[in-house]
Design a protein around this ligand. Structure first.
Ligand code: RIB
Length: 302
C-alpha cells in the first residue's frame, strides 16, 4: 500500500543507562541498568505514525553493521516501507548515548554515523514516495541541506510539511520557514530558534509569534507537562497535557509528532490531531525506551 506519511530523518541505536541522577562533569557514577533500544528521532516518528494508524515510508541511512540491520528490521516489523533506508559503507550506524535519571529526565549525546550520509540526492531518488504522501516529516538529525531540500520539495508538491526542529542549536536557514506548514519545537528548541526564553504559556506564545513572523504556517510549541501551545496567526490555543506518572520521557516528542501526522493523514481536524498526539505522547512517557514506549492506535482512541 502507498505510504501516506513519509519521514525523512535519522535512525539511531540508543545505548541507554538508568542511574539515580545524571553524572556531573568528571564524575563516574554506578548505573542501575543498560539496554540497546531502537531509536533516532526520524525512526521514532515513523514508528509512532505507523502504530497510530498511518501507512509509513522512511528515507534514511544506516551504516553497514549489525545496528543498521537491526534498525532496518525494526521498521520492517512495523510494516514501514524501508526501501529508501540506504546502507552506507565505511561509516557506523548512528548511535545515541542516553542516561535516564530517577526523576525520568534524560541527557542524550548523538553520533550521526550513517545519518550524516543522508544527502538531498538520497531523497531525490525516492521522489515517488514524496509524490504519493499526504504528510512529510523532517527533523534535524540529518544534514541541513537534506532537510531544506525535503521541505522545499514537499511544499512544491503541495504536501502537508512538518518540521520537528530537534535537536536545535541555533536559527534555521531563513528560506526554510516558508516551506513549513507545522513547526513543532519543544521549549529549548523554540528558544534556540528565536533567541527568546521559553518556559511557560506566555513565553511559548511570544516565541510562536516570532516564528510565524519568519513565514511558518502554524506553530505547535510542546511544553511537556504544561501541554502545548498552537498558533496560526489568527490566535492561540492551549492544549493541556494529560496527567501521567512519567517513567522515561525519551521519544515523547517523537510520539506526539508521529501521532499528530497520522491523525492529519486520516483527515482529522488539527485540534483533534493535536489532542490525539498528546494522548499518545502521555502514554509513551509511562514506559521505558524510545520505540518500545510508543503506543498503538487501540490504546489511544478515546
Ligand atoms: O527523541 C529521542 C531520540 O533522540 C532518541 O531515540 C535518540 O536516538 C535521539 O535521537
Amino acid at each position: 500500500m502507498q505510504a501516506n506519511v513519509v519521514v525523512v530523518g535519522s535512525l539511531n541505536m540508543d545505548l541507554v543507562t538508568r542511574a539515580e541522577r545524571l553524572p556531573r562533569g568528571g564524575e563516574t557514577l554506578v548505573g542501575e541498568s543498560f539496554a540497546t533500544v531502537p531509536g533516532g528521532k526520524g525512526a521514532n516518528q515513523a514508528v509512532a505514525a505507523a502504530r497510530l494508524g498511518a501507512q509509513v515510508a522512511m528515507v534514511g541511512c544506516v551504516g553497514d553493521d549489525a545496528y543498521g540491520q537491526q534498525l532496518r528490521q525494526a521498521l520492517t516489523d512495523e510494516q514501514i516501507d524501508n526501501q529508501a533506508v540506504s546502507i552506507a559503507a565505511g561509516v557506523p550506524t548512528g548511535v545515541a548515548l542516553i542516561v535516564v535519571d530517577a526523576a525520568s529526565q534524560n541527557a542524550i549525546v548523538i553520533i550521526a554515523g550513517g545519518n550524516g550520509q543522508l544527502l538531498p540526492e538520497s531523497v531525490q531518488c525516492f521522489d515517488a514516495l514524496l509524490q504519493a504522501a499526504q504528510v512529510i516529516i523532517c527533523q534535524l538529525e540529518v544534514p541541513m541541506a537534506t532537510v531544506a531540500y525535503t521541505l522545499e520539495r514537499g511544499r512544491a508538491l503541495g504536501k502537508t510539511v512538518i518540521l520537528n526542529p530537534a535537536p536545535a542549536s541555533g536559527p534555521l536557514p531563513a528560506q526554510c520557514f516558508a516551506n513549513i506548514d507545522y513547526l513543532i519545537p519543544n521549549e529549548s528548541e523554540a528558544e534556540a530558534l528565536t533567541g527568546l526564553p521559553v518556559n511557560d504559556l506566555a513565553s511559548a506564545k511570544a516565541a510562536a509569534t516570532h516564528l510565524l513572523g519568519l513565514g511558518v504556517g502554524k506553530v505547535i510549541v510542546t511544553l511537556g507537562a504544561q501541554g502545548a501551545v498552537f498558533a496560526n496567526g489568527q490566535g492561540f490555543r492551549h492544549f493541556p497535557a494529560p496527567l501521567v506518572k512519567a517513567v522515561d520521557t525519551t521519544a515523547a516528542g517523537d510520539t506526539f509528532v508521529g501521532g499528530f501526522a497520522a491523525a492529519l493523514a486520516r483527515g482529522e481536524e488539527e485540534g483533534a490531531a493535536i489532542a490525539f498526539g498528546q494522548r499518545a505522547a502521555a502514554l509513551s512517557v509511562t514506559r521505558a525506551g524510545a520505540q518500545p514506549s510508543i503506543p498503538h492506535l487501540a490504546e489511544v482512541q478515546p
